[in-house]
Design a binder for this molecule. Structure first.
Ligand SMILES: [Zn+2]
Ligand SMILES: [Zn+2]
Length: 193
């Protein structure tokens, strides 16, 4: 995300309500306090914080926030296909989540930017990833870099194999079976949300 993206939001989203910066100074509206962040980082964004870049800081996350994950040792296949609210846990311990609710975010004229690792601070769950980049990858010679563990117990690997190719036989869940690794998932492309 850069200045010209912010400047052209109205064109990009074909909606004149977008005005994320001061027309005179060019300064971008950014949530600069925890109060502002919490008012903007929720579905019913108050009028005051529409047209803001929603930026959370790690210092806003409560010290006693804990997350407990129950992951089966033997993977358990889901009953039905569907979007999981939380996808799993990265090998570095950070929560791996599904797509960000971009429609809700954009309909309030807010932009919740990710850092270079595809993560951001959420007021309720702390720091989490919505995308897999090379930040999460743990190099592996075998198949593709390992990224994390899905909540159903299957491994999640990087989007592409170590040789750069993307498996062509992925199912609806972006999973497939190989002789060496059994059934496992591959992350979507970093920009695919
Ligand atoms: Zn999020
Ligand atoms: Zn694979």
């Amino acid at each position: 995300m850069d200045g010209s993206f912010i400047e052209n939001l109205a064109n990009f989203y074909k909606d004149d309500q977008w005005q994320l910066f001061d027309g005179e100074t060019g300064d971008i509206n950014v949530t600069e306090t925890q109060e502002a962040f919490e008012a903007a980082a929720r579905p019913d964004v108050t009028e005051e914080y529409q047209n803001y870049c929603v930026e959370g800081q790690m210092s806003y996350v409560a010290d006693d926030l804990t997350m407990t994950y129950v992951i089966p040792l033997e993977p358990v296949v889901a009953d039905e296909e569907g979007r999981m609210q939380s996808a799993g846990v990265a090998l570095n311990g950070v929560r791996l989540d599904g797509p960000a609710p971009t429609e809700a975010i954009l309909s309030a004229y807010t932009i919740a930017a990710f850092d270079d690792c595809g993560g951001h601070v959420n007021p309720f769950v702390g720091y989490r990833y919505h995308a897999v980049t090379d930040c999460q990858e743990v190099a592996s010679e075998v198949h593709a870099s390992a990224v994390g563990l899905a909540l159903d117990g299957y491994m999640i690997y990087a989007h592409a194999r170590t040789d750069g190719s993307v498996p062509a036989d992925l199912d609806y869940c972006f999973g497939h079976t190989t002789d060496a690794d059994g059934y496992h998932y591959h992350a979507g492309a970093a920009g695919s949300n």
